[in-house]
Design a protein around this ligand. Sequence first.
Ligand code: PLP
Length: 431
Amino acid sequence: MSFFEHRDGILHAEGVALPAIADAVGTPVHIYSAGALRHAANAFTSALRDLPSARFAFAVKANPNSAVLRLLARCGYGADIVSGGELRRALDAGIAASDIVFSGVGKTDRELIDGLEAGIGQFNLELEEEGRVLAQLARVRQMHAPAVLRVNPDVDGGTHAKITTGKRASKFGVDIADAPDIYARLVQLDGLDLQGIALHIGSQISDLTPLEAAYRRIGALVFELRARGHTITRVDLGGGLGVAYRPEDKMPSLSDYAAMVSRVTRDWNVSLTFEPGRVITGLAGVLLTRVIWVKPGATHPFVIVDAAMNDLARPALYDAYHHFSAVRPDGRTMVANIAGPVCETGDMFGVDRPIDHVGRGDLAVFHATGAYGAAMASSYNSRPVSPQVMVDGDTFELVGDRLAPCDVTTRSEREPRTAYRAHNTPVRQVA
Ligand code: PLP
């Protein structure tokens, strides 16, 4: 089912023609389809509905927009967060603290305290020392922090190196070989309520084989921990399922994923947590942009658009592909390099690409930008951070403002007020 389709020759998001959004809020703009979000959110939970007491925590990093979080909360999702900022966003969106999972390899003491005081449902511990610090912070507050230990299963997710997290050399989780001893020490700590284990081997995973291998290793660990006398009630299977960015991409179906999970975890006798991100919001967004110039190039012309790596960093970061199409295609095609205006050679969206023919002033979209799109925005080159719009049926709403650092200097830039001396003397206020 597609929520972004051409009707009468004009690309629509649900019932809204994209030029209407460009007229109302300008370009570039991130556009989400509420229908597509609901469809993906419900497809994921329905595929896994036969699993006993499964819990779904949307990975906020994929799309932290408050309107998106509120919509997903209404579909039954909690939140998987990795920072104090994401904690605030999840709570502000009305997600119950008990439905929040705190992942993240470098949580500060302040973030741990904020999570504790909010009463979040699960801390995913990344190292033994974090467990000790969390236990201590909980003890002084007469609390017990619900936690699981994140284990690195040493399985290559078969995805881009920069989004692979489950290999032994990566910074995430504790080595699976060390996990039983670390678990045995942490479980004794007063203040910590250690309930099980977590894993996440990477993102944009297109083959279920590595996921299954990782889950099987974790299953073996569950039984080993039980054999050592521990009570294991929770396993967090992370996220990672990929989406089809290219028209020809083949991804595992949700029913195949659900069948695999059900087969592998059948006798674990735990409640499972899932942390999907990309598979929920990835295909539910497009980035609408306008062509500034078509500039002659050595081999092919450069289509220079007003969206940049500020708005969509994935191509510059991971050489990621995002399909590009004209909002009003005229049937002609061209081969071009698609570039943003930022002063970096890497601010490219495609090289030698066959695309719809476009010219100066035309509107076009990058597809499948709903995950890790606006979420990674920056204001590099003092460019505005793009607005975000949610379409629902034949209406649309601004759900994120254009932020214009090019027009705004901070107070400290305009008028430096706080100076610090180098040698432990107190802060001196400058008049
Ligand atoms: N959980 C954790 C711990 C992650 O680091 C990530 C992202 O890398 C996710 C869940 C979400 O992954 P994805 O968007 O691939 O589903």
